[in-house]
Ligand binder design. Structure first.
Ligand code: ATP
Length: 249
């Protein structure tokens, strides 16, 4: 059995003829939060899209729990236990909270979905109170919680989450991060892209920095939090100082 939930091995992927991930290799440990960092355009979202089968892998291998999943479709990946919460708003705004949850369980069938909805809502008391409201009427934070709840219906092994803090107040962000931490403490694996680096590092276990589609650093979140040159991860190595305490990958 592999200690890693996710492994990228020399992965090449991109859009049409333009490759964004250039022989990218990294591992994300099971039951941990791994944070993907790096300057704008480094390829962080592209990692999640490739992992979820939305972009073709042109070269290299991707493994889930040691098993080759390269080339799998999003549907196959959902069934294998990977859920994706993309950046931005991804709900059906005109539909109710309940209907959005039902749609999240479309691959499970109505019976299983209905049985699981109450269990998911236990995590989100505010959302639970508004089951029959239109999703668009929820606050930004509640909408993000509903999106995460929709993903949890699938009881995923791995959650891919892209910039969950965008547009949310610091207090709501703290709630979302606390929830992710609680899920991980129960054994789920999270791979997260987040610009809110310092707050995210506080709840993360590992951090991987990308630059031009390559891994330039992999270290523990704690080591990076202590690194006085952490800002360079937003800007790329051309702008920053020496790597400090972090261990170069
Ligand atoms: N649909 C697309 N078609 C073509 N190129 C794209 C597409 N989406 C992203 N790109 C390009 O891929 C590169 C990497 O984008 P990606 O979104 O993965 O970066 P990122 O590290 O997540 O940065 P950001 O914080 O800006 O989202 C960028 O140069 C971007 O312009």
């Amino acid at each position: 059995m592999s200690n890693y939930a996710i492994e990228f091995d020399d992965v090449v992927a991109g859009y049409k003829d333009f490759m964004i991930l250039n022989n990218l290799s990294f591992q994300a440990k099971k039951g941990a939060i791994t944070l993907l960092l790096g300057p704008n355009g480094a390829g962080k979202s592209t990692v999640l899209k490739t992992l979820f089968g939305l972009l073709k892998v042109r070269n290299g291998k991707i493994r889930l729990d040691g098993k080759d999943i390269t080339g799998s479709s999003s549907r196959q990946l959902l069934d294998a236990g990977i859920a994706f919460v993309p950046q931005g708003r991804n709900l059906f705004g005109q539909l109710s909270v309940w209907q959005n949850l039902e749609l999240g369980g479309i691959t499970l069938g109505a019976r299983t979905t209905h049985a699981r909805i109450p269990e998911v809502l236990e995590f989100f008391p505010r959302v639970k109170e508004r089951l029959h409201s239109q999703a668009a009427a929820l606050s930004g934070g509640e909408q993000k919680q509903l999106e995460i709840g929709r993903a949890l219906l699938l009881r995923p092994k791995v959650i891919l989450i892209d910039e969950p803090s965008i547009g949310l107040s610091p207090m709501v962000v703290a709630d979302v991060f606390k929830l992710l931490r609680a899920l991980v403490d129960k054994g789920t694996t999270v791979l997260m892209v987040e610009q809110n680096v310092k707050s995210a590092l506080k709840i993360a276990d590992e951090a991987i920095a990308l630059e031009s589609g390559r891994r330039v650093l992999q270290t523990t979140a704690a080591a990076l939090l202590d690194d006085p040159h952490i800002e360079r991860l937003f800007l790329g190595s051309g702008h920053g100082a020496a790597p400090g305490k972090a261990v170069a990958a």
